[in-house]
Unconditional design. Structure first.
Length: 128
């Protein structure tokens, strides 16, 4: 039995965004896409979404389409559009299509922040 992921539940309902850029010649790895997502910065904290622990999963289809399971520090975040735009820009040239599956369970907490993210937050004066 394969592991069910949150995006499996709603994949057909997610709006795909064509990512304009160079033609994709090879299927990207999850590691490549994770590294690209480090260019997506939370506008309020100035720290990338990977190190903040906001990216819950990255799933690549055979045709190089990607679904990213991602959350926010708050469901009421007014800057969702900014993060979406940054995501599509970061993935440009790596994937054919991208969809963000906003996930609210499990809820985000500070335990999801990476060591690098904690170092960055400490440098900003946060006690984590």
């Amino acid at each position: 039995m394969t592991e069910q992921r949150p995006s499996d539940l709603v994949r057909d309902e997610l709006p795909d965004t064509d990512v304009v850029g160079a033609a994709v010649t090879t299927k990207p790895t999850v590691e490549d896409l994770t590294e690209a997502m480090k260019d997506v910065v939370d506008p309020e904290l100035g720290i990338n979404v990977v190190d903040l622990g906001l990216v819950y999963g990255i799933h690549v289809d055979d045709d190089s389409a990607v679904t990213i399971d991602m959350t926010l520090t708050s469901a009421a975040c007014p800057l969702t559009d900014v993060i979406e735009d940054q995501t599509y820009t970061a993935l440009e040239g790596l994937v054919t299509r991208a969809a963000i599956n906003w996930v609210w369970m499990p809820p985000w907490g500070i335990e999801k922040i990476t060591d690098d993210g904690r170092d960055q937050l400490r440098a900003l004066g946060f006690n984590v």
